[in-house]
Design a protein around this ligand. Structure first.
Ligand code: HEC
Length: 132
């Protein structure tokens, strides 16, 4: 399955035509998506709630990738370090939360479980636990 995922990734990179970065793009256009939610303390608190509901069991209570259901190879990403393998902009992170990473990745999209406002609030919460 690794081969298939790599081939798919190659196609995505080819189609998006942005060979400017070696990072895998979440989706063409994702980087320019703008966060429509104002980062108030209330919005960040709601983001934390949604994170606890939908992400904590894998990514861990502090986002370090050590939740009780964390799988191995690959394990859930540490969301508090400055390494973003799939894009670090708000829009790219939002797109990963909404659609997942595709292929056989354990990182599945959450858009059927969360509203888009909740997913943007999670992005804002992640900014408070990781690098800005
Ligand atoms: C079933 C376990 C699981 C759940 C639930 C889950 N994730 Fe993930 N997540 C993963 C795994 C595993 C990876 C690494 C995937 C890979 O590299 O293929 C990942 C990767 C990511 C990445 C990419 C990080 C990077 O370095 O680019 C982001 C962002 C992310 N998850 C955010 C979230 C958020 C936010 C939620 C809650 C809405 C969530 N995840 C729910 C397992 C999970």
């Amino acid at each position: 399955m690794r081969g298939a995922a790599t081939a798919l990734l190659g196609m995505v990179l080819l189609v998006s035509g942005t060979a400017t970065t070696l990072q895998a793009q979440a989706k063409p256009g994702a980087a320019t998506l703008k966060n429509p939610v104002t980062p108030t303390p209330d919005a960040i608190a709601k983001g934390k709630q949604a994170f606890n509901k939908a992400c904590r069991h894998c990514h861990g209570p502090e986002g370090k990738g050590d939740g009780p259901l964390a799988q191995k190879d690959p394990s859930p990403a540490d969301l508090t370090d400055d390494r973003w393998d799939h894009g670090s902009s708000d829009g790219e992170i939002y797109t990963i939360i909404a659609n997942g990473l595709g292929g056989d990745s354990k990182m599945k999209g959450a858009k059927s479980a969360l509203s888009s406002t909740e997913m943007w609030q999670i992005v804002m919460f992640l900014r408070t636990i990781g690098p800005r």
